[in-house]
Design a binder for this molecule. Sequence first.
Ligand SMILES: Nc1nc2c(c(=O)[nH]1)N[C@H]1C(S)=C(S)[C@@H](COP(=O)(O)O)O[C@H]1N2
Ligand SMILES: [Mo]
Length: 531
Amino acid sequence: MKKPNIVSSLVKGALLTLLLTAPLLALMALVQQVLGVPFIPFDVFDLLTRILPGSVITTGIDSMVGVITALGLSVADTAKLAEQAMAVGLILALAMIGGAVFFVWQRAERSSLRAGLIYGLIVGVLLAVVSATRQGASFIDGLWVFLALGIWGLGLAWLQRRLAQPSTEAASAERLNRRQFIVRVGGAAALITVAGAGVSAALGGRREALAAAAEGQRWSAANALPNADAAVRVVDGTRPEYTPLEQYYRIDINLTPPVIEEADWRLRVEGLVDTPKEYTLEELRTYEPVHQFITMACISNPVGGELTSTTRWTGVPLKRLLGEWGLQDTATHLRISSADGFFEYVATEDIENDERIMLAYAWDGVPLRARHGFPLRVYIPDLYGMKQPKWIESIEAVDAWAPGYWVQRTWDRTAQIRATSVIDTVATNMMLGAAQAGDMAIPIGGVAHAGARGISKVEVKVDDGAWQQAELREPMSGLTWVLWRFEWPFEPGEHTFTVRCTDGNDETQITERRPPHPSGATGLNNEQVML
Ligand SMILES: Nc1nc2c(c(=O)[nH]1)N[C@H]1C(S)=C(S)[C@@H](COP(=O)(O)O)O[C@H]1N2
Ligand SMILES: [Mo]
């Protein structure tokens, strides 16, 4: 049999592998939805997230947020989806390389199924090891990954055999036969991919709906916000003052959040304490609960971005628990560790001095959602989310500070939330139909936030005019953002509105434009409008 050239084997291998791998992944996604076994692309992506240098990950997150924003999509809704798409794309690319290698290796002959099986199982061992690094991975999970790759290898060999150069002179009938075969395989691949992905997405949606239904009644469904009677009204078009849970931004290092069963879970307290402890969630709930209205922000949030949300947190002040442990004199910090390998440090002195630092188990009156850290997360006022572990498993009292997960990856040591202000809306629809300018006011509105420092002033500038003070709506608490409102006397034409804020310490926000890395984005938000 004539040996086909390498390039043609490479190309053929890569393309056929794509036809094989796409439907296989769709089926794996389906099996994951039904049985909860690993989905290889997500496990590989999550592992890469943890082992790649921080600078690579940071650039990746920044460009992703940039692309999503440039496309006019919501970062809060799209970020995880984009990561998932990248994970699948990455695996498809790697599979194509793997398939091309197989086709080149086997190009001299019709591959035996056994060669394909062995090839697949070798890759399978590697990936099973990757999947085993996942939190809570079981032997069955590893076996599943191993077997799935065996099937993949068999598929490769089958395709290669079917399409290998015929041993006789290439008869035209045979060539036609092969072309039909490729068309049929391609059609079947497309069908299975679309159907598998569709059904698994539907199952995922159903599971979410069931989880939401089981979560019980939200606090906000039956109660008015504490500032419901505030004199300054919200401008139409401003983001929701109190974020619905399904719109709450999500940022973490997992494509599949750790799934923790309440019955299996304990909060372990260890290290430099006289009385090591274990708390069940039920025990934590028996302490007099504390409720706080809180705005969180991610340090990756660009100026004017959506990686910030507000809800009502319920939990127990960490100080209350600290008193039960017999903290030793040498203990200066607590290392808080999570089920996903994430961790951070908090000074015991801060905990002693600030009862707002809390371990939280409920948001908006219902248990934390899986993606937001069930069963337990910490709240530390004034700091970006990167300092505040979700899915907490253990707390260790230690005698020194050390860099936490993102600090190790070159982000700010303290990560204090920057003062920032945003124009959400120039309510131009209010003036439609009204013709003349001058005596008509157009409301402009948005939010301003400076962690736990509060907001003392928001100012708006129209074009190159002077800074003019906006009205501040009374916030839900000293820990939330502040909604503002500015009545602008309408003038037709093109205008640029710019906003700035001053925090509770009388510090005006930094106007120099800086990217989120390493200490949080700075710069002024503006809005250009043609009227
Ligand atoms: N265990 C764990 N906790 C974590 C993270 C994480 O990746 N793992 N990400 C942090 C970051 S960077 C942010 S911004 C917040 C986001 O919380 P949310 O997804 O509930 O909005 O969680 C923080 N806590
Ligand atoms: Mo974050």
